[in-house]
Design a protein around this ligand. Structure first.
Ligand code: NI
Length: 187
């Protein structure tokens, strides 16, 4: 079966505010499994449900796996929340929904994540560095926020223009189209 496509900017569904999950149904479990598959396939180190077009508060993260040949260590979080931000860090972020672009974003260096796993057990983790950045990036997705919202208007506009041009080219060439990959992490 084909993997579900990741929505890409400027798809409006990326701008929705996602709903709290009242109950972990089979559909939610299936979506989490799909999200993990897509994340490892791309590859990325995190993915949020709205990136697959489902506006519910569900994220998957595996920041350890990105290190070469690391074992998979997926974290699935239902209704994640952040608290107690401390210090700041600048990381070069990318996103599977924002193709061909990376930018430095300032975030909290340390943060606490709370939520539930798929069985309803509480999750609580104090994260720092890349993992803290990843949590903030993914939870932003649940509120319709993309990392490009955290950069200067000038840089964002340059990207938006470039993206529009690339999309026009893709339409003209019907498929294929500009795929200059950029270094950085896909969150
Ligand atoms: Ni992202």
């Amino acid at each position: 079966m084909a993997l579900r496509p990741v929505l890409q900017f400027p798809d409006k569904r990326l701008r929705q505010t996602s709903e709290t999950i009242a109950e972990v149904t089979d559909e939610v479990r299936a979506l989490a499994a799909d999200m993990l598959e897509v994340m490892y396939d791309e590859p990325g180190i995190g993915l949020a449900a709205p990136q697959l077009g489902e506006a519910i508060r569900l994220i998957v993260v595996d920041t350890d796996w990105a290190e070469e040949d690391g074992e998979r260590c997926p974290l699935v979080v239902v209704n994640p929340e952040l608290s107690d931000p401390e210090d700041t860090i600048t990381w070069t972020e990318g996103c599977l929904s924002v193709p061909d672009f990376t930018a430095d974003v300032e975030r909290a260096e340390k943060i606490t994540l709370r939520g539930r796993d798929l069985d309803g057990n509480p999750i609580e983790e104090r994260a720092e560095g890349l993992r803290a950045v990843c949590f903030q990036h993914e939870i932003d997705h649940l509120d319709g926020v993309l990392f490009i919202d955290h950069i200067s208007r000038l840089k964002r506009n340059l990207y938006v223009q470039k993206r529009k041009k690339a999309l026009r080219r893709e339409t003209e060439e019907s498929g294929g189209g500009g795929d200059a990959s950029t270094p950085g992490v896909n969150l």
